[in-house]
Design a protein around this ligand. Structure first.
Ligand SMILES: [Ca+2]
Ligand SMILES: [Ca+2]
Length: 356
């Protein structure tokens, strides 16, 4: 799978703090959407249009069940025009999934008004309110919250559970009850060999640690059933691949060869006893594991470590192995950077959750 045909090569990088044009924001928003025909656009979009800062309500409302409501009615408009930042935050968070510690507005202004930042609804679907409202005091005044290494790692973004994730091949992963007590996880179905990934934002891309919870369920055939891949070169499709085979052995790929790492032991598979696609019914068996992969590209010979816990236990790394160096499509030169994390199944049901 060639992953260099992605949007990042067609959209210019934006320095932090630089205002975007509205067209740029819309383009980015669309490219971030995993399936444009099936998702809500403009989820909490902050940007500029004609020199003015906006939080933009596209006129698309959220799907039922996620509790979002992007439209402004007159009561909500009154709240957003009030002096209570707490009330504004409460409304914007509950109805748009926005958090003011994650927003910074630069050079705020708004045409013809003394205030700055607008939340604006348009059109017939706007629940009766079409004028912009004043939320200039809503963005947080302190430091921005630290960006996570991946976004929507819980697969629980309201409005689109797969937001920020990109399906490179196969089928759209299905919903599954979350692992470790969360609401949702994804299931890569055994009927489709699927790749789903996301470009990462690590603080130091040459020394990254990434975690997830996973379970491998019912499958057919032999060989490797699940891989978690960390790309250091998407143009040459070069990456490291943590892998699990049909015997439950853990290891990594060296080219097309699976290399078992005995120190990582074997996992127990999950069983969907009633065959309905989930692993939470009476009679089903759910065995999930916490995985941690650390890659260091700064050394003369880049290497990685793998650690994983005992079954159904968070924050446990009983099994681990370090100093590993097997790669697919080329070893990384010193100074490489982790770019993409990707999950792939092969004729196996695989559950993934809590990527961080
Ligand atoms: Ca989750
Ligand atoms: Ca079941």
């Amino acid at each position: 799978m060639n992953k260099n045909l992605d949007f990042r090569f067609s959209i210019r990088p934006i320095p932090q703090g630089e205002a975007l044009t509205f067209a740029e924001l819309e383009e980015r928003c669309r490219h971030n959407d995993f399936a444009p025909s099936a998702v809500i656009l403009h989820h909490g979009l902050v940007g500029r249009k004609e020199g003015h800062d906006y939080i933009y309500d596209s006129g698309y409302n959220a799907p039922a069940g996620d509790g979002l409501d992007y439209m402004l009615d007159t009561t909500e408009a009154a709240t957003l025009n009030s002096t209570s930042v707490t009330a504004k935050e409460s409304l914007l968070n509950s109805e748009m999934g926005l958090t003011n510690t994650r927003f910074k507005i630069t050079a705020p202004e708004y045409h013809g008004a003394t205030w700055a930042t607008a939340y604006r609804g348009y059109g017939a679907a706007s629940q009766g309110y079409t004028d912009p409202v004043n939320i200039s005091d809503w963005p947080g005044s302190g430091a921005l919250a630290t960006a996570p290494i991946v976004r929507n790692g819980q697969f629980e973004f309201r409005g689109n559970r797969l937001r920020c994730w990109y399906v490179f091949s196969g089928s759209v992963p299905l919903d599954h009850p979350g692992l470790n007590g969360t609401t949702k996880a994804i299931r890569l179905a055994s009927t489709s060999n699927t790749e789903i990934g996301q470009w990462m934002s690590p603080a130091n891309p040459s020394q990254v640690t990434i975690h997830c919870l996973f379970a491998v369920g019912n499958f057919t055939g032999t060989g490797v059933k699940f891989q978690m891949q960390v790309y250091h070169n998407e143009i040459s499709s070069s990456y490291l691949a943590f892998a699990i085979n049909d015997a439950g052995q853990l290891g990594y790929m060296s080219g097309s060869t699976f290399v078992a790492v005995p120190a990582l032991g074997t996992i127990a598979f999950s069983n969907d006893a009633n065959g309905d696609g989930d692993y939470v019914d009476a009679g089903d068996t759910l065995n999930w594991y916490q995985l941690r992969i650390t890659v260091d590209y700064t050394t003369a010979t880049p290497s990685f470590s793998i650690a994983r816990g005992v079954v159904n236990t968070p924050s446990d790394y009983t099994f681990s192995a370090a100093g590993l160096a097997g790669w697919v499509n080329g070893a990384p030169p010193t100074g490489s950077k982790a770019g993409l994390v990707n999950f792939a199944n092969t004729t196996a049901n695989v559950l993934v959750d809590e990527v961080w």
